[in-house]
Design a protein. Structure first.
Length: 435
């Protein structure tokens, strides 16, 4: 029997302690390590500003190592704990792009190893009725059986993208595409600290082919900060998602619609422009921060065309009135791609992925940058606006049961939405192992 593409993208077989195919797994331990190296070629730039991608050749790397511990406390009740270490040197101080080139590079990492707790959360599952499905042992998943109709509550410290917008082909820089715009919806300014994690809770209702999700989480105390604001009734990020699984021509697929709302203390682009016009000088969102709301929407789909070829797309938008608070400086985004396993050329465990990205900004954000304003990641001092366009391709080569090596290439047009700079070519390599 031929493997489906979806199966090929699931985690590799792992070492699980205490696992039994017939009973719920009492506990397990898994781990991963990922090293990514990238090089940017020199490119033309008419000018550079305080947050520009440097036009010179640059090299960069990132390393992450994670242990995943799971413990069953009672029937349907699971506890997970993930200690993690990261180390990286980003290009140009992690500035100069909307679609950053490596989703493993965190805003707070540096050249020295940093150890921290990535996740600590409880998951409670209430099985209702319907057909039973077996969930296999993997990272942050104890082997168990679940019913087609069930309620799941996940509460604690984890990443919002652990639950929301879980695309099979573009969701994990450790095994798939590297660009930030392919990690999730580009315009999804989801609540997170500088490492990508937060505290909160989500409830999910599974009803056969449908899944309904809602979650509320802590936002940083300030834009793109590490410390989180504990006043979750006053400042928060909330999102809701509807997912539907289907088959077309006997091949599996899914559609998702996500909406989000953030309430936080942030700066408005129009307020910053008005203040600069009144007082003179350069507009700065940091000078006009107050309680603000941000709204956004994302639509996504994934579909197997054959057992070895799958396609995906995402389209997302946010209102673009206020500064980016937790993710990256993208306010309109369309992405699409294809993922192909290597069974046609006798390498069934290899994967080839190709994707295209088109990112954009709101008119208010364009005017702010054109006046010399800067954000956390972008700001060339002036702006000849064009949508940022990126093409990425990678090839994952399976070298052993637990290890893959990948080559990656990204071509970036109009970096940071500026037609006066670029294009930029980035070559990369990745080594990933897990158990």
């Amino acid at each position: 029997m031929r493997r489906t593409l979806l199966a090929a993208l699931l985690p590799l077989p792992v070492l699980a302690f205490g696992a039994d195919e017939a009973v719920d797994e009492p506990w397990n331990m898994h781990g991963q390590a990922t090293y990514i190296w990238q090089r940017k070629s020199p490119f033309d730039a008419a000018y550079s500003g305080p947050n520009s991608l440097g036009p010179q050749a640059e090299k960069t790397y990132s390393f992450s190592g994670t242990l995943f511990f799971g413990l069953r406390l009672a029937q349907g009740t699971e506890l997970y704990f993930d200690p993690e270490v990261v180390q990286s040197v980003p290009m140009s101080g992690l500035t100069g792009l909307g679609g950053m080139i490596n989703s493993e590079q965190q805003k707070s990492s540096g050249p020295n190893p940093t150890f921290y707790r990535a996740r600590l959360f409880l998951r409670q599952t209430w099985n209702l009725d319907g057909e039973t499905t077996r969930l296999e042992s993997e990272a942050n998943q104890l082997a168990t059986s679940v019913s087609a109709r069930r309620v799941v509550v996940t509460a604690g410290n984890y990443a919002i993208t652990d639950i929301f917008d879980n695309n099979a082909y573009a969701h994990d820089a450790r095994t798939q595409f590297l660009n930030w715009s392919l990690l999730t919806h580009g315009a999804f300014d989801y609540a997170a600290d500088t490492r990508g994690y937060t505290w909160g809770a989500a409830i999910e209702y599974y009803d056969n082919d449908w899944v309904y999700r809602y979650g509320r989480y802590l936002v940083p105390q300030e834009s793109n900060g590490q410390a989180l604001d504990s006043r979750i009734m006053h400042h928060y990020g909330e999102q809701a998602e509807i997912e539907h699984a289907h088959e077309i021509g006997g091949q599996p697929g899914k559609l998702r619609v996500l909406v989000f709302h953030n309430r936080m203390v942030s700066g408005s682009f129009r307020d910053a422009l008005a203040a600069a016009a009144a007082d003179g000088g350069t507009p700065a969102v940091a000078d006009v921060r107050k309680e603000q709301d941000k709204y956004g929407l994302g639509v996504a789909g994934e579909q197997n065309l054959t057992s070895d070829i799958g396609v995906f797309f995402r389209a997302s938008w946010n209102d673009g009135k206020t500064e980016t608070y937790s993710f990256t400086e993208v306010e309109r985004s369309i992405t699409a791609g294809v993922s192909i396993t290597g069974q046609r050329w006798g390498r069934a465990d290899d994967v080839l992925g190709v994707a295209a990205i088109r990112n954009g900004l709101s008119k208010a954000h364009q005017d702010y940058l054109a006046a010399g304003g800067t954000g956390v990641f972008i700001g060339d001092g002036r702006l000849n606006y064009r949508p940022e366009q990126i093409v990425e391709a990678y090839y994952n080569l399976r070298v052993s049961k637990s290890t893959t090596v990948a080559l990656d290439v990204q071509k970036i047009f109009n970096p940071a939405y500026n037609a006066d700079r670029g294009p930029v070519l980035v070559l990369g390599a990745r080594l990933h192992t897990q158990f």
